[in-house]
Design a protein around this ligand. Structure first.
Ligand SMILES: [Zn+2]
Length: 751
């Protein structure tokens, strides 16, 4: 991938101005030289405002008490944010109410009754030196959207609780029907809701999900309070909502839960689980695992507790009782804005969720603190007359932890308006659990994100861009188990993660509304996720002592928003987007070598299912695999055309920008046109089986893992060739539509 728009611009600068003096300050994607100069000034004023002291003060307010979705404290914090935003100078600040199907714990108990007796604690013991962990408002063990019930049954160890794990149990003669399955959180990672659905489908009576020390505890390193990893008693709460089917309120799939809205009965809600579920610390899981009996578990099922794990089945028996209080309750989204001075009807939307499982030290209050300092700085600039050209809308979401609910309902409520006005959405969930930057972006915005990181500095003094490169090269080296990689070998186009799954509030904006999205976060060793130990103490000792990364996040988030808000022409790079889509198609073909074809020879090669290249089709002809074929040659051609149109437009826009003067009417036509590209990736029918998810390039697996070309990929994986062909045609026609759009825009520029 290349930054085709940037290269000619740089060249023109060398001719027109003194490069040494102005290059660093005046080259910004999407800006004329004069507006880039002004933008640099605005950004440097903006970056000077957030301070570590203020970040810490905000963080303390949000982490002072548990504030789960629907709680009194979380609703008070909504009012706090509203009042702060008004004082900071934000406009039209309102609290929006959604009456959603919420979830609350009443009581839970777990007892092993055979072969020995053990009563599970189901709570997290206080840690010396961290007074917050003594707070009586800390909840016990619970999982959002578990059903209520009571059961006495044998326990089976089902490893990670994925479908293949149950296959292995079956091979060992173990049926989980009517039994209680004990699974661990990761290894490999999958969303707990998918574990719950899999257990439900297998006919299990209940699921227990525990944190094995091999994943986030002492096997990783020192545990809290001596290190960042999870201690013996830490419990990972979380929701098990089947939001991979449809996120948001289970009773209003596809429309907003405003008071009085139509609701479906809970029995018809596909995203509402129908199984009892409870999380455990390893302290409580250990006695069960030790007494499990049955065949020895395979090597990769063994965990970090220092004894042999067994599959169970008959020996260990437990009595489990869960009482939930699930039902309709209000969630509150706080919304505010800085009205644009010139283009108030073009919106840059920013958001962070407010609700936390307990204190939410990292998740989400590090993000909330960063947001409050960012909005303070935006408000201060506006007061000084430095108002963004476009409107910046900021939202504090509720109930993200329970099925992405607040952002989904808000997005559904304003979908039509957002499709007209929204330029992009920038999400910050966990702002800081360590110093390693991770940036996500739809590929059209990846180059501008990379460029933005060049203008920010990490605490050591080097640029965020350099630090990002080092992080990516280190992670690549770790992934390849070698130290061959150096940061100089990392290309700019491999920095941003352009494969976007689900699991946070960007979902409705990308997958339902068709907005380009960005996601920003600093990460590090973090073993206390969704536990009571994820708190103020943890951030001050491990996550971000000194709050420098919180401050950097406020700066980065705001500068990224300001660039989109102030650009003369949007910094979208559609040539990069095309190259990225080609990678997606190539990866799909590679993973299905015997069934996907990408070359023109496909018609001769009916033995194979998906077609990509000439070389491979020879091998396939020899293998005589009788599966039907899927030929993606025309899709690849459509991608090539889209890329060419993107390159042409990049070049034309660069020239226009470098020339320094753009007729406002032309700029408006170009920008409006570019905003349409992402919308054109939506299929109104959605992906097969999941109509809410409308984006044809981005989706998520049930595990939350990213899933590119979701409709096409799932059809290929199921070997449903009729659907696969249909999905390929939908992709091809979207590519053609966007190619025409870019070509028309290019004609406008050259006129
Ligand atoms: Zn979160």
């Amino acid at each position: 991938m290349r930054r085709a728009r940037f290269a000619p611009l740089a060249l023109l600068f060398l001719i027109q101005v003194n490069p040494a003096a102005s290059q660093a300050q005046t080259e910004i994607l999407g800006f004329t030289p004069a507006s880039a100069k002004h933008e640099s000034l605005v950004e440097s004023r903006f970056k000077a405002i957030p301070t570590p002291t203020a970040e810490r003060r905000q963080h303390r307010i949000f982490t002072a008490q548990p504030h789960v979705a629907g709680s009194k404290r979380n609703n008070e914090l909504a009012e706090y944010i509203r009042n702060q935003w008004r004082m900071q100078g934000l406009e039209d600040v309102v609290i929006r109410r959604y009456d959603v199907y919420g979830t609350n714990p009443k009581s839970a108990s777990l007892e092993m009754i055979a072969p020995t007796h053990y009563t599970a604690l189901l709570r997290e013991l206080p840690i010396d030196g961290d007074p917050d962990t003594k707070n009586h408002a800390i909840s016990g063990a619970w999982l959002g959207m578990s059903i209520s019930g009571e059961v006495t049954a044998p326990v089976v160890y089902a490893h990670s609780g994925n479908p293949e794990d149950y296959d292995l149990l079956r091979k060992n003669g173990i049926d989980v029907k009517g039994k209680i399955v004990l699974v661990r959180y990761s290894n490999p990672y999958s969303y707990r809701g998918f574990k719950a659905l899999t257990a439900q489908r297998e006919g299990a009576a209940a699921i227990l999900i525990y944190s094995d020390p091999a994943e986030d505890g002492f096997r990783k390193g020192k545990v809290d309070p001596d290190g960042p990893w999870g201690p013996e008693y830490h419990i990972q709460r979380g929701s098990i909502t089947y939001d991979f089917m449809v996120p948001g309120d289970p009773l209003t799939p596809g429309w907003a839960s405003v008071p009085g809205a139509k609701r479906i009965p809970i029995s018809q809600a596909v995203s509402a689980p129908k199984i009892m579920a409870l999380p455990l610390s390893w302290h409580d899981a250990r006695p069960l695992l030790q007494n499990m009996g049955g065949p020895k578990a395979p090597a990769d099922w063994q965990g970090g507790l220092g004894f042999e794990y067994h599959l169970g089945g008959e020996r260990a028996k437990v009595h489990l009782k869960i009482e939930m209080n699930n039902g309709t309750q209000p969630y509150y989204v706080v919304e505010g804005r800085i009205r644009g001075s010139q283009l108030p009807d073009e919106w840059i939307v920013l958001g962070n969720h407010r609700d936390a499982w307990v204190f939410g030290g990292v998740d989400p209050s590090s993000g909330t603190a960063s947001m409050m300092e960012m909005t303070r700085a935006l408000g201060a600039l506006a007061r000084r007359g430095m108002r963004p050209r476009r409107t910046i809308v900021v939202c504090s979401w509720d109930g993200e932890e329970v099925g992405l609910t607040g952002s989904t309902e808000w997005g559904e409520q304003f979908a039509d308006e957002l499709r007209k006005k929204a330029v992009a959405y920038i999400n910050v969930d966990e702002a800081t659990s360590g110093p390693n930057f991770h940036g996500q972006a739809v590929a059209s915005l990846a180059p501008m994100l990379v460029e933005t990181t060049r203008s920010l500095k990490v605490p050591s003094g080097k640029s965020l861009y350099e630090a990002w490169k080092e992080t990516v090269s280190r992670e690549k080296a770790e992934g390849a188990q070698s130290s061959q990689f150096s940061s100089s070998g990392v290309l700019d186009d491999s920095l941003a993660d352009t494969r976007i799954g689900s699991g946070s509030d960007h979902t409705v904006f990308l997958n339902f509304i068709g907005m380009p999205v960005l996601g920003l976060g600093f990460e590090g060793d973090y073993g206390v996720y969704h536990s009571a130990y994820d708190d103020f103490f943890w951030i001050n000792h491990f996550g971000d002592p000194g709050y420098h990364y919180h401050t950097l996040m406020s700066q980065l988030w705001g500068v990224t928003a300001l660039r989109l808000a102030n650009a003369d022409l949007f910094p979208f790079d559609f040539a990069t987007y095309a190259a990225n889509i080609r990678q997606f198609v190539n990866a799909l073909a590679k993973a299905n070598e015997n069934s996907v074809i990408l070359s023109g020879e496909s018609s001769k090669d009916s033995n194979n299912a998906v077609i990509l290249s000439g070389a491979r089709s020879d091998e396939r002809a020899q293998s005589k695999d009788p599966v039907p074929s899927l030929d993606l040659t025309q899709v690849i051609e459509a991608i090539d055309n889209f890329e060419a149109a993107g390159k042409n437009l990049n070049a034309s826009l660069s020239e226009k920008l470098a020339a320094g003067k753009i007729d406002p009417k032309l700029a408006d036509q170009l920008n409006r046109g570019m905003m349409q590209v992402e919308r054109n990736w939506l299929n109104p029918d959605g992906i097969p089986g999941r109509p809410w998810f409308k984006h044809i390039l981005y989706g998520a697996r049930y595990t939350y893992a990213h899933l590119e070309l979701p409709g096409l990929t799932e059809a290929v994986e199921k070997k449903d060739w009729a659907t696969a062909k249909q999905q390929a045609e939908i992709l091809q026609s979207a590519l053609e539509k966007n190619t025409k759009l870019l070509t028309d825009l290019d004609l406008l520029v050259s006129k």
